[in-house]
Design a protein around this ligand. Structure first.
Ligand code: NAD
Length: 459
């Protein structure tokens, strides 16, 4: 257990390392990014096993969504690092002539990364890539809800990384609380909004900037003029194919028209059966629910009497292996439990609207989501959606894939979070953009100095 004294000692050591200047050197950053890359290359089986133990995550998902995503982030940072770290020249004004202006990216210092359990390998290391690329020293606090991955992270980072600059501190609420008492130069938190508020309040004490990667209810609007089979497969992939819906950007609920809903349900159930068979509880391609607390939470959403007659597919569950079958509900009431909070599991309510355009006001009546999806071939609807729906990110005619584009920032808005990362945005999240103006002693105009005569005022 990390007491406040342990946390203080760790921060003190890291601050001394940062002050030595070693993490600013590009060679150090490159060596640490290469070490992270090696972890993904040499310990794939160990990581897959840990993810299986924590989430029964299928090997395909463990590899594609976590291991190769971390390795891609390392490779991209290694490729771009020289460009990112170069001072960026900007135009100067007549007032400063002659002069040279630049934005210099400098590391923030000692940073804390607190990560969540649902992608416990990716969500821990993806921000660490940005922190190291930007030249910071880091404490990583993985999620205790995925203990096998937390312990693999502690072991492998201990073996491969420069431990005077990168430390893994494992633990739950008391340990995180002790860490949050310390003064950090940035806190990067991934998880739910309730704890996000605790992190923000702790950060405020030291005026520490934060990135909060939170969640919310991500809507998917399904229009009637689409390639339905493709849409159904892509919705399934983003919902059940992503950790059984335990994903911050999984579609949380669907909006479609009353007439179209039966067709959509039919397409979804057809494809679901092809993917997971007639008894999805037996499928090895469907992740388990992370633990019995979350299993019970999801069971309560299914058992809510307001939705008991709304289930049109699925509903089966098996607590012995923490599996819940893909479950679809139609027209659940707005005040049902399932519509009151982020679902974060394999349940998908479909809500119907009279006109598909009404979906936009339905979405905007709720807190701003992390992601919003629309399936349509209608140019006008697409444009209206992009213009009028506020969300962290959005994707037309697919789900979740926007976060694989390294040129796009990934982060929330409003209650779904603040700040962003991925690609260069990760580097920027952990850098201070220092404004540097350089002048020579030439061009010293007397007009700026007193006495402020009326003639000078007219200049
Ligand atoms: P979690 O339970 O793993 O908690 C996240 C972190 O907060 C953990 O490291 C945990 O130790 C710490 N923590 C928990 N309670 C705390 C407390 N009282 N004080 C201090 N620290 C505390 O994960 P979770 O919150 O269940 O994660 C799921 C949520 O995260 C969902 O809302 C999901 O949408 C969101 N999420 C967002 C992203 C994103 O990138 N935006 C990614 C994954 C998950």
């Amino acid at each position: 257990m990390t007491t406040e004294m342990d946390a203080e000692a760790a921060v003190k050591e890291l601050r001394a390392t940062f002050s030595s200047g070693k993490t600013r050197a590009l060679e150090w950053r490159v060596s640490q990014l290469k070490a992270l890359l090696k972890i993904t290359e040499h310990h794939e089986e160990e990581i897959v096993q840990a993810l299986r133990s924590d989430l029964n995550k299928p090997e395909f998902e463990a590899f594609v969504h976590e291991i190769s995503a971390v390795s891609a982030a390392c490779k991209f940072a290694l490729k771009e690092l020289h460009r990112w770290t170069k001072p960026e020249k900007v135009k100067t004004s007549i007032t400063t002539f002659p002069s040279k202006a630049e934005i210099v990216s400098e590391p923030l210092g000692v940073v804390l990364v607190i990560s969540a359990w649902n992608y416990p390998f990716l969500l821990a290391l993806d921000p660490v890539v940005g922190a190291i690329a930007a030249g910071n020293v880091v404490v990583l606090k993985p999620s205790e809800i995925a203990p096998a991955t937390s312990s693999v992270l502690a072991k492998l980072l201990g073996e491969y990384m420069d431990t005077s600059a990168v430390k893994v501190i494992e633990g739950a609420v008391p340990e995180t609380t002790a860490l949050l008492e310390q003064k950090w130069d940035k806190i990067f938190y991934t998880g739910n909004g309730k704890v996000g508020r605790i992190v923000l309040a702790a950060a405020a004490k030291h005026l520490t900037p934060v990135v909060l990667e939170l969640g919310g209810k991500c809507p998917a609007v399904v229009d009637t003029n689409i390639e339905l089979k493709v849409a159904a497969r892509r919705i399934i992939s983003g919902k059940w194919g992503c950790n059984s819906g335990q994903t911050c950007v999984s579609p949380d609920y669907i909006l479609t028209t009353k007439e179209y809903a039966p067709k959509l349900i039919n397409a979804l159930t057809c494809e679901l059966e092809k993917f997971y068979g007639k008894d999805p509880l037996q499928s090895n391609d469907l992740s388990a629910i992370v633990n019995s607390n979350h299993f019970d939470r999801l069971a309560r959403l299914i058992d809510d009497e307001k939705v008991s007659d709304k289930i049109v597919y699925g509903g089966q569950r098996d607590k012995s292996n923490l599996k819940i079958a893909p479950t679809i509900m139609l027209d659940v009431p707005a005040d049902s439990l399932i519509m009151s909070d982020e679902i974060f599991g394999p349940l998908l309510p479909i809500l119907t609207v009279n006109k598909i355009e009404d979906s936009i006001s339905e979405i905007n009546a709720k807190a701003r989501p992390l992601a919003a999806y629309v399936f349509t071939n209608d140019k006008k609807l697409k444009e209206e959606f992009i213009k009028n729906v506020s969300a962290g990110g959005m994707l037309v005619n697919d789900t979740t894939l926007h976060l694989t584009v390294s040129g796009l920032p990934f982060g929330g808005v409003g209650e779904s979070g603040m700040g962003s990362y991925h690609g260069k945005f990760s580097f920027d999240a952990f850098s201070h953009k220092k404004a540097v103006l350089q002048r020579s002693f030439a061009g010293d105009l007397s007009a700026r100095y007193p006495p402020y005569t009326s003639k000078k005022l007219k200049l």
